[in-house]
Design a protein around this ligand. Sequence first.
Ligand code: PMT
Length: 400
Amino acid sequence: MKNILLAVTGGIAAYKAIDLTSKLTQSGYQVRVMLTEHAKQFVTPLAFQAISRNHIYTDTFDEKDVSEIQHITLADWADAVIVAPATANTISKLANGLADNMVTSTLLATTAPVFIAPAMNVHMLEHPSTVENMSRLRNYGYKFIAPGEGYLACGYVARGRMEEPITILTIIDDYFKEQAQPQTFALKGKNVLVTAGPTVEKVDAVRYFTNRSSGKMGYALAEAARDLGANVTLVSGETNLTQPVGVEFVQVTSAEDMFQAVKSRMNDMDMIIKAAAVADYTPVETSEHKMKKKDGDLQLTFKRTTDILKYLGEHKDKQYLVGFAAETDNVEEYAMGKLKKKNADVIVANHVANETIGFRSSDNEVDMYFANGDKVPIAKASKQQVAIKILNEITSRWED
Ligand code: PMT
């Protein structure tokens, strides 16, 4: 039986931590819970005590057993620590080594893996100090369970919702499964290039053509490849996402920029993953000034962009090529067509007619079509989890 220490800090998402305690307990984990004083404003210790059937810890100086120092005992007892919800305040304290309450003192003392599930207003999440604190904690080895998008208690509909307890449970289960079968770091030392996000094709000084890609799928793949030991280069179109830590980041705008960025790096790569949604056409003429409107209709002429994946397929040497296909119908037929036409090793097909998967969504559900004829469906899950599964499928087949 594994020991989980759950640290609950002061945000409205603390109510979800009660459900998380229940789910962890029902899954056979021994759960002990610590609450900050602020967390107690939202939920009561008694709720956690009733579910975990264990003492609840809120005060460093309230020593329940005189023979021990409880924040050290708890820190040593834990096989894993989860901070859920993690507020900007606690994240900041952890990043700066503060130990001013039960939660921060215990976290400073533990050598167990720490999973952090942030929950806060989107502007707090994106504030440079929070971004920097999270980056610092990642470098210390803390694992982040990225918050999802949705309705926030402050009234915004945006990123910042604590991940659902069932997903956190799955992440913890997966972690202990991997521990039981030591992880192989299947991409250790490999150079992996990932493209992500949309391209922007300029018409004039103020107008452009683009598409609905948020970059989430590509960023999740870049982070998953990094976690598998790869040296990752992320070539990204313009997105609102935070640059992943530990990844070389290359910002591009147009399809042509992306082509040049990929082409100049392709020879150094062992794997190239084309998750970006690249424009197929770009205006023939562009203007540095705002085009003035005139009477009558406007006609623009477009020319084809370079098909980057096709170029890679024609010029590849050792590179393993992963293409994506965003389709609304005839998914299998079109995906198989792209696999052959672009000489890819695998095509990952998105069913983008469904709004809950594909473009912009936090979740995805895909089918992988391999050049050897294998078809592997990946069930609906967060893009982070789908990314891990995609890479696991690839690395289990990929021969050096
Ligand atoms: O970014 P998100 O909001 O998370 O959404 C994810 C996604 C739906 C954008 C992503 O998972 C996805 O499906 N990306 C590919 C979208 C796409 O452009 O598909 P396509 O069928 O048009 O292109 C097929 C493949 O050729 C893709 O790998 C694409 O990157 C590549 N391509 C396309 C055109 C072009 N000029 N050059 C290319 O390399």
